[in-house]
Ligand binder design. Structure first.
Ligand code: ADP
Ligand code: AMP
Length: 217
């Protein structure tokens, strides 16, 4: 299965992606995680990406598209993948389509996690992440078993530098201006399905599984 997750920042894409990846045995690819790894390793890509991420802006398409091209070439993506946080512009969507077509492939589904703006600030300022494995928690809605430690790998949990109130508001504006057009883009191609992301985490996952089982390849 070749799928992408759409939705505003804080919709629950990363949270759901972990469970989808386990259940459907497809790699979870998060461009945000790739950037954060590069930032922590201070690579040239990380240094460039950080300038944009810290302001709540998108990393330029050229850089982002190259990363995805490189990652999707890996052997583990041959039978499917789950993209979380890519594409974020129509231009990135077109690049993905062209890339898949080179191998005679196409996307199976664009799954939108719908969450109104009023829920988002609370979710993101309470988010705690593991920079080692990418797991995402919430201090109230989804706490780790041991405070400050990742359930999966035991590493320290941190608050993301871009999860401050000002940056979150900027990121939602950027989402509405640059990423929301992808909803129509995929709807026009009959690839869009949507779930209510305001439900509890396990209820959102059940809705997603219902949709994915019906299109499973
Ligand atoms: P995204 O990857 O879309 O930015 P995350 O998966 O990191 O979002 O989720 C953002 C925050 O909201 C995290 O702290 C996460 O634990 C929490 N969260 C995710 N899904 C839900 C949900 N259905 N209800 C309440 N909180 C949620
Ligand atoms: P995320 O972890 O998905 O919330 O992404 C964190 C930040 O990384 C975003 O706010 C962007 O600055 C950057 N980013 C992640 N994915 C992309 C993308 N596909 N295009 C541009 N910037 C991205």
């Amino acid at each position: 299965m070749r799928m992408i997750l759409l939705g505003p920042p804080g919709a629950g894409k990363g949270t759901q992606a972990k469970s989808i990846s386990n259940k459907f045995s497809i790699p979870h690819i998060s461009t945000g995680d790739i950037f954060r790894k590069n930032i922590s390793e201070k690579t040239p890509l990380g240094i460039e990406a950080k300038k944009h991420i810290d302001k709540g802006h998108l990393v330029p398409d050229k850089l982002t598209i190259d990363i995805i091209k490189d990652r999707l070439n890996n052997e583990d993506c041959k039978n499917g993948f789950l993209l979380d946080g890519y594409p974020r512009t129509v231009n990135q969507g077109e690049a993905l389509k062209a890339l898949l077509e080179e191998d005679g492939n196409s996307l199976d589904i664009a799954l939108l996690i719908k969450v109104p703006r009023k829920f988002i600030l609370n979710r993101m300022t309470g988010r705690r992440v593991c920079l080692s494995c990418g797991a995402s928690y919430h201090i109230t809605f989804n706490p780790s078993k041991v405070e400050g430690k990742c359930d999966v790998c035991g590493c320290d949990l941190v608050q993301r530098a871009d999860d401050t109130e000002d940056t979150v508001n900027e990121r939602i504006d950027v989402y509405e201006a640059q990423t929301q057009p992808l909803i129509k883009y995929y709807d026009d191609k009959n690839l869009l399905s949507a779930v209510d992301g305001t439900l509890e985490i396990n209820e959102v996952f059940e809705s997603i599984c219902g949709i994915l089982e019906s299109i499973k390849k």
